[in-house]
Design a binder for this molecule. Sequence first.
Ligand SMILES: *[C@@H]1O[C@H](CO)[C@@H](O)[C@H](O)[C@H]1NC(C)=O
Ligand SMILES: *[C@@H]1O[C@H](CO)[C@@H](O)[C@H](O)[C@H]1NC(C)=O
Ligand SMILES: *[C@@H]1O[C@H](CO)[C@@H](O)[C@H](O)[C@H]1NC(C)=O
Ligand SMILES: *[C@@H]1O[C@H](CO)[C@@H](O)[C@H](O)[C@H]1NC(C)=O
Ligand SMILES: *[C@@H]1O[C@H](CO)[C@@H](O)[C@H](O)[C@H]1NC(C)=O
Length: 483
Amino acid sequence: MSFCGLKLGAIKQNLTALSGGDWCRALAVAGLVLYAVCVLVSNPAGQSTAFLNSLIFRRHGRYLYTNTDITDLVFGIATSASTWKTRRNYIEGWWRPNITRGFVFFDVPPKEYLPWSSISPPYRVSENVSRFQEFNKHAMPFAIRMVRVIKETFLEAPKGVKWYVMADDDTVLFLDNLVEILSKYDHNEYYYIGCNSEAVGSNADHSFQMAFGGAGYALSYPLAKALARNLDECIKRYPNLYGSDHILQACISDLGVSLTLEPGFHQIDLHGDISGFLSAHPHSPIISLHHLDYTNPLYPAMNVFQSLKLFMNVSRVDSSRLLQQSICYQKKNNWTFSISWGYSALIYEDILPPSHLERPLQTFVPWRNNYRAPAFMFNTRYPTNNPCEAPHFFFLDSVEQKTGGYEIVTNYVRKWDRRLPACSKTGNHSADSLSRIRVISPAKRYDGGEGKRRECCDIVRIYGGSDITEIKLRSCMEDEIIA
Ligand SMILES: *[C@@H]1O[C@H](CO)[C@@H](O)[C@H](O)[C@H]1NC(C)=O
Ligand SMILES: *[C@@H]1O[C@H](CO)[C@@H](O)[C@H](O)[C@H]1NC(C)=O
Ligand SMILES: *[C@@H]1O[C@H](CO)[C@@H](O)[C@H](O)[C@H]1NC(C)=O
Ligand SMILES: *[C@@H]1O[C@H](CO)[C@@H](O)[C@H](O)[C@H]1NC(C)=O
Ligand SMILES: *[C@@H]1O[C@H](CO)[C@@H](O)[C@H](O)[C@H]1NC(C)=O
């Protein structure tokens, strides 16, 4: 019955978090807890755990095991003296000095970067791994140093950490979404949370059961502890695996733990223009991006770091809606609008159903292009010149908090002309003259993801001689069908 003590411990934490006005509910909950304990005693082997779970932990429709916040996480990031100069731009984009905890680990002391910047994570130098030389047959020569970052982070970390998050120096993390996702899981259990690659070939080469390291992944405290204790022995068992993330997956599997997939972690094993992918993000909060050195800049007509700055700026305004897709229709013109919040707005000159628009337009190519189809872990659509299928692409231009603070406005502008005639089968309603789309959303976090619906939208206003369309996001009504 050890689980009983554990769960009751968590209940206590939840109760102490209640504010004054919640006391009535707290008393009611306490009564139910007593009832639950009675059920537990009379039926110890039965379904009482499930009963307790559904009773206590389902607040606001989500499992909240504990009040996880950013200081419950510690980050371990592998870098090197040769990559830090440019890669620090990625890390400093998401790191919160004096709030986030963790370290970057160098291969050699970073003498040329001293005095150390206070907006970077503190640095450490990885332990010399030459003693593992005979076990290093890895194609990636620094794999052993990288996999040991989890152990070195565990040993350096302060007490009371719930989650250990590992990432590369070119990973960009969205911290509020990460914290929200992790709070769904019980950090006292053994969790390995991340995502595999977008490219079928990358998963086939490594493992479909592996959390790709560039996407970042989270390990719960007991798992990080067990790994840290067993890691050096484990490294010797797998001298031939390719990357540090694959060695780690093997070591985690040895402990009897398997991957929990969260689709918001993105390895981005894609090359070129990823706008099709980012315009049809899975219905789950975005947690990370990676490999931005290998893709076109996020927004066109900006360089990599300018466009990342804009993306991080908008993420600070509302990360919960970032890249979340909403679809609405302007029946009078037979147009479909597909918004990827904070990123893009697409107009199609036809009425297209959500099931179609949820498939990314394949504007990109896989990491390695020498695999047979299917190349991706998701369905795609091929870009075409059919005027009824090819969207008008608008990209984020600016974000503003409206007066009163109840609404957020994101503005999307056309970056290039579509250069196609109008779709004739739907009545020749060209969208060419439209130059700007304003999207109004509530200034409160969207509770999306598992078990939740996408937000609906309405076209509320057309002005500026019909070249600006204003769209408002809202919760869908009970029986509302988006198409
Ligand atoms: C972080 O805290 C230290 C010590 O309190 C302070 O010197 C430093 O300026 C702070 N850094 C930032 C970026 O706020
Ligand atoms: C690691 O130790 C070996 C053997 O002592 C030494 O030759 C090597 O230079 C060391 N490497 C680093 C990066 O300090
Ligand atoms: C991001 O926000 C900062 C602070 O508000 C602002 O100075 C900067 O111009 C913004 N950058 C971009 C690319 O929007
Ligand atoms: C919309 O398209 C349909 C064909 O898909 C057509 O029958 C209808 O007349 C069009 N409506 C308008 C307002 O053009
Ligand atoms: C749309 O335009 C084409 C070419 O100008 C024309 O042939 C067609 O009849 C038009 N369709 C409608 C529904 O107006």
